[in-house]
Design a protein around this ligand. Structure first.
Ligand code: PAF
Length: 280
């Protein structure tokens, strides 16, 4: 695996690959890798000649300095995992490299960010948009891979790529779950054993809600049921539960089998904020 610690070496290697006619798959991450990230690498390796991963904990997408400071950083372990997974190159820039000066430009995503994560994490998608745009410019991939766990992030990036005409195909890779259903996340490592057990209930609620919708219960009553159950929960602090169109992310009032629907949840468990979603 090649290591690129600076922009110049990354860009020159990527230009060589493109000149040689090789397709480049790109998997941007913030490190603390787990099986979910490796599924991006696996998907990319199947579809491209070269797979590049980036590890960069992007400060502009954190609106809580404590969250940024606590974000796990495990570069040595991550490098070994990527090499074993067959990744061809790793870009791990510094803050000075990615933000030589504070960004002046800001990105806004309108209705796509006026819901869910955008409401609870002010400025988050501006930071995601900025860093993903920079990374796409630097790598110039044929395809870029993102996890479905961050459904809203994927919708926002799809919009940005469309609006700014980035010549890249985006791929949304399904969520990888632990055996009890908890969606894999770098944040799971911060859960105590008790909270870890409780956290699996989020997926159980999503599954139960999906079941109820498939049985014909109305969108409104399923939403009320989940919010009531979790509202009373001793160990789960619900931030939101929404039943939305999977692409526009707007709440739906009625199921329509020809439109993609997603159940989205965010909650605090044992002091850790977790998100998950399930397609109906
Ligand atoms: O999903 C992530 O890990 C991050 O939001 C991303 C896409 C790498 C941008 O920092």
């Amino acid at each position: 695996m090649e290591f690129y610690a600076d922009v110049a070496s990354l860009q020159s290697a990527m230009a060589d690959h493109r000149r040689a006619g090789r397709s480049i798959g790109f998997c941007p991450t913030m490190g603390a890798l787990h099986q979910g990230h490796l599924s991006l690498i696996e998907a990319s390796r199947k579809e491209n000649d070269i797979t590049i991963c980036s590890i960069y904990v992007n400060p502009t997408q954190f609106n809580d300095p404590e969250d940024l400071q606590k974000y796990p950083r495990e570069l040595d372990r991550d490098r070994d995992m990527l090499a074993e997974a067959g990744c061809d190159g790793l870009f791990f820039p510094s803050d000075e490299m990615m933000y030589p000066k504070p960004a002046v430009m800001a990105m806004q995503f309108g209705p796509l960010e006026n819901v869910m994560e955008g409401v609870h994490r002010a400025g988050h998608f501006n930071g995601v948009g900025l860093v993903v745009a920079k990374l796409l410019h630097l790598v110039g991939p044929t395809r870029a891979y993102f996890g479905q766990k961050d459904l809203q992030q994927f919708a926002v990036i799809r919009q940005m790529v469309e609006d700014l005409m980035f010549p890249v195909d985006l791929v949304c890779v399904p969520i990888v779950r632990e055996s009890d259903g908890l969606a894999m996340s770098s944040r799971n490592a911060r859960l105590s054993p008790v909270a870890r057990k409780t956290a699996a209930q989020l997926y159980a609620f999503l599954q139960e809600a999906r079941e109820q919708l498939l049985q014909g219960r109305s969108v409104m009553s399923v939403g009320q049921w989940v919010r009531a159950q979790l509202g009373e929960h001793r160990d789960i602090n619900l931030e939101y539960f929404e039943i939305v169109h999977s692409h526009t992310l707007q709440s739906i009032s009625k199921m329509n089998s020809s439109e993609p629907t997603s159940l989205c949840i965010a909650a605090w468990v044992g002091g850790v904020r977790l998100i998950d979603n399930l397609t109906v």
